[in-house]
Structure formats: C-alpha cells, structure tokens
Write a protein of this length. Structure first.
Length: 471
C-alpha cells in the first residue's frame, strides 16, 4: 500500500493558529482528520486564502494528494467526483467516491426523446436502508457523426438538467463543437486516442475540461498516452483501458487491476488517475432479432465486475429496474466504510397522528434496525412515538452486550427528546432484545417499561391489541 502521510507530517504545513475556522478544535485535530481523509483541505480557509501560506499550501496539496487523483465532472451539487482512491483494498482504510454510473443517450434522438430519457435517468431510484440509490450522469453518444447534431443535443441536455454530462465521440471535431457549446457545464470529453491526442488535448486545455485517455487492450499504450497528455498540460485525466465482454472480460479486469495496483501499491504517480469502464460496449455484439435481455445480462455482469474491480466511472445503456438494482446495491455495499456501522441520527420520530395517549417505543440508531422498525410501524399504520437511542450504530442485541445501550443511555435520551412533555403517560415499550435492561431502565428513567416484541414485525399487532398500557 502506498504510504499515506500522518498528522505529524501534515501539522507543520498548517497555519498553526488554532483559529477553529475549519470546525475543528485546533490545527492538530484537523491534521489528524486530514490524515484519515475524513475532511477536505478546503476547510482550512486561512491556508487557502492567505498569500503568506501559499508555499505551505502547495506542499500540503502534494503531500495529501491521494494515489488516484480526484476528477470532477459537471458543476454544482450534482457534479460527480470520481477517483480520489487511497487504497487497493477496502479493508486497508475505505473506498472513497462511489463508482459513478453514467447512462447513454444517442444524439440521434429528437429533443422530446432526449428529454424523456433524461427524465427516466434522473428519476431512477430505489430506497435502500434509508438511502436513495441513484444513477449519476448522462453520456451523450455522437451516433449521428455530425458535429452540429451532437452539439445541438448537448445544448438541449445542458438546458434541461444539471446532471453531469460525458461527451462521447472519437471524432475531435464533434468533441470540439459540443465542448464549445457546453464548456461551462464541465463535461467529460471521451476520448483522446493514440491518433487524436493532439487535437483533443487542445480542446481539453482550452476549456479546462477533464479528458478520457482511451487505449484499448494495451497497457503500454495506456501509459504512453497518459504521459503524453500530462506532458502537454492536460490536468484531469480519466483512463479507459478498454472493455471486452464475455471471453475478454478476464483480461479487462486484469488490466484494471494492474492499473490500480500501479498507483496505490507501486506509487506510480503517472498512472494515478480514475479508471473508466464501458459495459455499454457489449451492445456492439448484439445481434439483430436476438432478445435484448441476453445482452442486458452481459452488460450487468460486465458492469458488476468493473465496479468490484476498480472502475471509478462506468457507462451503461440499460435503464431497467432489474439491471440497475443489483449494480447500485453492489456499489452501495462496496463503498460502505468497513469500520463505521451505518447509523441514522438519534432523536424522536413521530408516525401517524400522534397525541398525548400515543405509545412510546425505543430502538437503536443502527440503520438496518431503525429502518426495519420504521417500515413495520408504517406498514401497520399505527400512531406512535419512536425514541432512537445513539448506540454508535450498533443493533439492539449487540449494543446491550457491548454496553452501548444502557439504562442510563435510554433515560438520558428520553430526557433529551422531551417526550415527557408530549404524552400524558409514562410507559416505555422496549425492544424484546433489550428485555434484560428493562428493570434498570425503569429505575434510571422513572418510566414503566413494557417489553415489546422480539421481532419488529409484531409491533402493529402488539400496539393494536392495546396490551402495552394495561395495568
Ligand atoms: S482553520 Fe486551519 S489554521 Fe484554523 S484551526 Fe483549522 S487547521 Fe488550524
């Protein structure tokens, strides 16, 4: 693993004034978080804005630069940050910047067709453990081979969405015309090849745009092309080493792995750029009259393999729920921090028409626990208060065993959320799994604790039967 700088190397490059503008208690606390890559360098505003710190800033930028550079496509809230990876294996630290999923739109569609596909891409979502799984961007393909048609389609898309756009054509003239039209949207230019690098790099430099280096199937060519683009002054590069499907997928994944290993393990700075996969290329093998789902299978499998093996951005064609659901699930799980439990905010939640007589339950802030309980309450259509206790993201059983869910913690949370002012009773329904602390909880809180169901699916029936407030 490439060596990442520690806080003691970072600290001397900070202003050292402990001004707290970064939101941390002092410069050393900020240095520690910067070393862990849990804060951005932009947070130290004196370092960024004051000329006297310019030399320190320049040194710090080099010191904390991730082995894989971060490239931003698009502008504003919807911009996609790709790359920025720190490690080869997630368990070495964590993965940053989820693989961006860009979906294609051919420029041969009319404006109505383009608008419809943009809306489908924007609207595709699935709620999973409280998060909206989404797609990330639009890849405009220059199928028409006509620069004006391509630029017109790019302008139309830029006018109806603030999602990031990749302009996809191997013809420099097409890229130039479209880039002239929407350069303020910071599109990703796809792509420069061994034959076109001079013209395409000039477009990227003129508009300060990120650029894909495309050299399929040959890593020596990839290295040559990337080094050429660097030498002429292209700053933001994305590498596409080519995507082969079916029999060739193994060598594609080998190439992706070698590239990522070069930057994160062997410290090869010249290959430290985000990697692009193009599962969409499987459609080139689609035979007329063949069922579309067969090629969709190929596309999903190719995309999944590339998400698992180091793609920072992939371009896909399929937009069905069954194709993108496994990809977004896979990505979500892969990019979860392995040492940080998925947690929700602690506090008081209200469901239905709550009033002074409504039941009060409690649970922990482990996301999976919370959303399961919430879903069962909502499906049961019951009116209830739910007090969510901060157990640092641990489930009920683990939190009780690990002393993260204690009687004192429950009592403190009841106090903090002010539930006593909202109801005219003092009955607290505990999760069945926390039965063993119910007696202590009564003593610590002064509330009568009724032990609820072992499984939250029983909550609606339990509440509807009204046993919770019987003497
Ligand atoms: S903003 Fe910068 S100078 Fe101020 S405390 Fe944070 S790291 Fe130190």
């Amino acid at each position: 693993m490439a060596k990442l700088p520690g806080p003691l190397e970072i600290y001397p490059l900070l202003p050292g004034t402990n001004c707290k503008e970064c939101g941390e208690a002092n410069c050393m606390a900020y240095a520690t978080k910067l070393a862990e890559h849990t804060v951005k360098m932009r947070a130290c505003t004196p370092l960024l804005l004051e000329a006297k710190y310019a030399k320190k800033l320049a040194k710090l930028e080099v010191l904390v630069r991730p082995p894989v550079r971060e490239v931003v496509v698009g502008v504003g809230d919807k911009a996609a940050s790709i790359g920025g990876k720190l490690v080869l294996y997630r368990h070495d630290l964590r993965y940053t910047n989820e693989t961006s999923l860009f979906v294609d739109i051919p420029d041969t569609l009319d404006n109505e067709g383009i608008s419809k596909r943009v809306k489908t891409i924007e609207d595709w979502t699935y709620v999973y453990i409280g998060q909206n799984l989404r797609l990330d961007g639009i890849a405009l393909r220059g199928v028409s081979k006509d620069p004006q048609t391509f630029a017109k389609a790019a302008k139309h898309i830029a006018g109806i969405t603030d999602w990031p756009i990749a302009l996809c054509s191997l013809d420099p003239k097409m890229l130039s015309t479209a880039a002239n039209t929407i350069s303020d949207k910071r599109p990703l230019l796809y792509a420069a090849t061994m034959d076109t690098w001079a013209e395409v790099s000039e477009i990227a430099i003129r508009h300060n745009l990120p650029l894909v280096a495309y050299a399929p199937g040959n890593l020596d060519n990839v290295a040559t092309l990337v080094n050429t683009l660097r030498a002429v002054g292209v700053g933001d590069i994305v590498i596409d080493p080519g995507t082969a499907s079916r029999a060739g997928l193994g060598s594609t994944i080998d190439n992706f792995t070698q590239l990522r290993r070069a930057s994160t393990v062997n410290d090869d700075e010249s290959l430290g750029y985000p990697i692009m996969g193009t599962p969409i290329s499987v459609w080139a093998n689609h035979k007329e009259g063949e069922a579309a789902y067969l090629t969709q299978w190929d596309e999903v499998l190719t995309a999944a393999a590339q998400i698992v093996r180091y793609s920072d951005i992939v371009i896909i064609h399929s937009l069905d729920m069954w194709t993108n659901l496994p990809l977004t699930f896979l990505r979500n799980n892969l990019y979860t921090d392995p040492v940080k439990p998925v947690a929700v905010e602690a506090g008081l939640k209200e469901y239905g028409n709550v009033g002074p007589d409504s039941p009060v339950m409690y649970t922990t802030n482990f996301a999976l626990t919370f959303f399961t309980v919430e879903s069962d309450i909502k499906q049961g259509n019951v009116d209830a208060y739910l007090v969510v206790v901060d157990t640092e993201g641990m489930s009920v059983q683990s939190a009780v065993a690990g002393r993260k869910l204690t009687a004192e913690k429950v009592a403190e949370t009841l106090e903090e959320v002010g539930i006593a002012d909202k109801v005219n009773h003092r009955i607290l329904i505990s999760p069945g799994m926390a039965a063993r602390i119910s007696g202590e909880t009564e003593e610590a809180s002064g509330w009568t604790v009724k032990v609820g169901t072992q499984d939250s699916s029983g909550i609606p029936k339990y509440l509807q039967e009204g046993k919770w407030n019987e003497e």
